[in-house]
Write a protein that binds this ligand. Structure first.
Ligand code: SAH
Ligand code: SF4
Length: 339
């Protein structure tokens, strides 16, 4: 039996057609699910009773089950349970009326970055496109206006290691007859999966790309992010240049500042040389403490200032990301579903 959230627009049109119903019924169903957040066919009042019964019998509607929430200021963390019992987390950031959902793409992550809580829990499986969409739609359904206008794939997992399901979910989010979310409101963060970045350059939805760099030389980056051994810096930078040329889009580079590891000004100079020609926007993220990880510490305010001064001198545009939700382990790199 297909599941409602795993059906794309064509899937709905074909199904409705094989049932001998007019095709616009597919548009109505998509509108109920993606605009009104109606997750039961019985709520779809403009469909006939017969069609609703047929839908109930033939197309399941499964959504993650909300287990727990934790909130702090404008940040809410959601813990979900999936059909097989696996647990994932998502985060809603609501600041100044600007709402952003941070969504997971995998249960755990296979890449084991040294600084990341998700990495230390290992990898269980990829999320289906329906499970990716389900997190977002449920978070939207809990808002007074039933909408969240930005989505970032920066939750648990490496999005570009789950490319097919991710791209399918994004097509549905972006489709005019489905969620109709503008491409400019969709961001993917990757640890630097080169083939995935190359595929993104040709992807029909021109979304925003963020890349987790965190170190400006191979020796240090391989220690912090083992994936660097497979896709070393020069290959990564070449892929980013290809992406930029193909799409004309500016890339954001994420750089965690970890005390005495990567926060000396010399690394700002090294990064500038490495990224020369890319004109990226740099997002500096002071390291968020991770449970059971005593190896790393957040850079001091003084060190952050010095690093920023070097970037300013290099005329590189940057901002220091103000972390929200670190007190409830909802900030970058703290998601581990380990309640
Ligand atoms: N796997 C993807 C997306 C999820 S991680 C990626 O790595 O890009 C989202 C962001 O949080 C990444 O930039 C990641 O490097 C960062 N992050 C991981 N652990 C962190 C920590 N302890 N403190 C601050 N940022 C962290
Ligand atoms: Fe995976 Fe990203 Fe965490 Fe690295 S930082 S372990 S790629 S989720």
């Amino acid at each position: 039996m297909p599941d409602a959230l795993s059906l794309d627009y064509e899937g709905w049109r074909n199904l409705i057609e094989t049932w001998g119903e007019p095709k616009f019924r597919a548009d109505q169903i998509c509108q109920w699910i993606y605009s009104h957040k109606a997750f039961s066919y019985d709520l779809m009042s403009n469909l006939s009773k017969d069609l609703r019964a047929k839908l109930n019998e033939n197309v399941s509607m499964t959504l993650p089950i909300l287990i727990k929430t934790a909130s702090s200021g404008g940040t809410i963390k959601y813990l979900w349970q999936l059909m097989d019992g696996a647990r994932i987390e998502s985060v809603l950031l609501n600041h100044g009326g600007h709402k952003t959902a941070c969504i997971s793409t995998q249960v755990g992550c296979p890449l084991g970055c040294a600084f990341c809580a998700t990495g230390s829990m290992g990898f269980k499986r990829n999320l289906s496109s329906g499970e990716i969409l389900g997190q977002f739609l449920l978070m939207e359904s809990m808002q007074p206006d039933k909408a969240v206008n930005n989505i970032v794939f920066m939750g648990m997992g490496e999005p570009l290691l789950n490319e097919d399901n991710l791209f399918k979910a994004i097509r549905t989010l972006n489709h005019a007859k489905m969620r109709n979310l503008g491409a400019r409101h969709i961001t993917i963060s990757t640890s630097g999966i080169v083939p995935g970045i190359e595929d993104l350059a040709d992807f029909e939805v021109p979304l925003r790309l963020s890349v987790s760099l965190h170190a400006s030389n191979d020796e240090l980056r391989s220690r912090l992010m083992p994936i660097n051994k497979k896709y070393p810096l020069q290959r990564l930078v070449d892929a980013l240049k290809f992406y930029k040329k193909r799409t004309g889009e500016r890339i954001t580079i994420e750089y965690i500042l970890i005390a005495n590891i990567n926060d000396e000004p010399k690394y700002a100079y090294e990064m500038a040389a490495l990224l020369n020609g890319l004109e990226p926007y740099i997002n500096l993220i002071p390291y968020n403490p991770v449970k059971n990880n005593k190896k790393f510490k957040r850079s001091t305010d003084g060190a952050i200032k010095k690093f920023c001064a070097a970037l300013t001198e290099l005329k590189i545009e940057f901002e220091v990301r103000r972390e929200r939700g670190s007190d409830i382990a909802a900030a970058c790199g703290q998601l581990a579903a380990d309640y």
